[in-house]
Design a protein around this ligand. Structure first.
Ligand code: URA
Length: 482
């Protein structure tokens, strides 16, 4: 018996070199045990080196087999190396073997390759980065437990998509890291080593007054094994159990796939992408709305965005700020106004004497709209149909928060809040009464960031603060009048 030790679980080149030499030396599949070097093994004492090399001998296999083998070797089955060698051995005498779909070895290798591709697709679809650190030190981290050894093959997708963010994908097998230039691979880690300081997770844990919506899991679509890859993993089971107690158990899987419905006062229903959803509810909570919006398909923007970025802030907020749409950073972090425009907004709010922690901050459109340009995701202005499709969420946020004042930042926000195109410069600085809601409009902080001239920038920034001060003054008047 010959023992062939490969360097690691995805060592296709090592397998190929060994398999070639073994086949040329007529070593039968049954005479070989394939294994992978363990971490504490210093040398890969593979006895393939004892076989004579035969550089002149030719051994050709089709590109199709190589492609199939490269995928199948990533399968977690211990049998994969032996299966591939058996196929290689048989291909020498049966060149059409790959098209023999009723052959058990062929069926098995195809099943393995398929499972690997499915796992890669799932990783691309379900992996969620969390922001660790802020601003300059921000790093994005994701935990994922792949079924197969797919991390190295799947990682370039994330390098293309999140090119300007430093990120790490941590898995029990290996970890992939992107520094903006190259991907590096390091050994795997245990889940307990994953940084836990995570605002996203904290927000999840804190939403104790919102009812858990099992639809978030899409249990009909997402295998239970994949729940562990969701940020809310550690609270899923108790939440499901709670939800099961509150609903009749047998219905839960069916109900889970539907938008969350409540039995409050019947309200006019709106048509969204062919489904009926409840209109504005007197008993909505922001947490429940956020759950529902996580699955919003009312316009196509959800397809490319990482996640729905819903509004945030206390339910008791008297001021509601409405921006345009999440940007690149917000899309990754899942929180509104955390990127450069958010930092400028924070500074201006502070200078105007407004505490952001007491403000409800949201966007007119809740998915990031962009076009990829090389490594960058270029922000695109939302269209009128997209603004309209998303307005239902703003309306329900408004009905839930019931702020004394809404401030629209920029033209898109003004269009959503006021229901029509509203020029900012003509309307800024004075209070607008819109269907019983007091509204102020001003410029968007990104506009200030884009101004090339420093003097103009300082001037416009001051005007922006002045507008925020009008809001602060108005809020004081509302408190005095109450
Ligand atoms: N710009 C916005 O309008 N909203 C955000 O959340 C970030 C940038």
């Amino acid at each position: 018996m010959r023992i062939i030790v490969l360097d690691n679980d995805t060592d296709f080149e090592g397998w190929r070199k060994a398999a070639r030499r073994l086949a040329l030396n007529d070593v039968k599949p049954a005479e070989i045990t394939w294994t992978v070097r363990s971490d504490d093994e210093l040398s890969s004492a593979s006895c393939v080196n004892e076989l004579p090399d035969t550089p002149q001998a030719r051994f050709n296999v089709s590109a199709k087999f190589v492609e199939l083998a490269k995928a199948a070797i990533l399968h977690r089955s211990d049998e994969r190396f032996a299966l591939l060698y058996r196929l290689l051995w048989r291909l020498r005498s049966r060149h059409d073997l790959l098209s023999a779909t009723d052959d058990p070895d062929i069926a098995e290798v195809h099943a393995m390759a398929r499972a690997v591709y499915v796992d890669i697709d799932r990783m691309h679809a379900h992996l969620r980065f969390r922001e660790i650190g802020r601003e300059r030190t921000a790093h994005y981290v994701a935990w994922f437990e792949p079924e197969h050894h797919i991390v190295e093959l799947a990682a370039p997708f994330f390098a293309g998509r999140f090119a300007d963010m430093p990120w790490s994908i941590l898995t029990p097998d290996v970890c992939a890291h992107w520094d903006g230039h190259a991907i590096s691979i390091t050994p795997g880690v245990a889940k307990s080593e994953v940084p836990t300081e995570d605002r996203l997770e904290e927000a999840w844990r804190r939403h104790d007054n919102g009812r858990f919506n099992p639809a978030r899991l899409k249990v009909m679509e997402m295998p239970q094994a994949y729940w562990r890859n969701l940020p809310e993993d550690s609270i899923i089971k108790p939440l499901i159990e709670d939800a099961m107690r509150m609903t009749s158990g047998p219905f839960i899987a069916r109900k889970a796939a539907e938008p969350q419905k409540r039995q409050d006062t019947p309200m006019p229903r709106k048509q969204v992408q062919g489904k009926q959803v409840q209109g504005r509810q007197a008993h909505d909570t922001i947490a429940a709305l956020r759950e529902e919006a996580a699955d919003c398909r009312a316009c196509p923007l959800w397809k490319d965005a990482t996640q729905t970025v819903f509004g945030e802030g206390p339910q008791s907020a008297t001021l509601m700020l409405v921006g345009e749409q999440p940007g690149d950073k917000e899309d990754l972090a899942g929180h509104p106004f955390v990127g450069p425009a958010g930092q400028m907004l924070d500074r201006a709010l502070q200078e105007a004497g407004i505490d952001r922690r007491k403000v409800y901050v949201t966007n007119a459109v809740k998915h990031f709209k962009f076009v990829p340009r090389g490594k960058i995701r270029l922000h695109q202005k939302p269209s009128t149909p997209e603004i309209r499709a998303c307005r239902q969420w703003y309306e329900r946020e408004l009905a839930t928060i019931k702020p004394d004042l809404v401030m629209a930042l920029g033209a898109t926000a003004a269009q959503s809040v006021l229901g029509k195109i509203t020029p900012i410069n003509k309307n800024r600085g004075h209070l607008i009464d819109h269907d019983g809601t007091k509204v102020l409009v001003t410029v968007h902080p990104s506009y200030l960031l884009r101004l090339p001239d420093e003097k103009a920038k300082a001037l416009e920034y001051q005007r922006f603060i002045d507008d925020l001060k009008i809001a602060a003054h108005q809020l004081r008047r509302s408190v005095d009048a109450a």
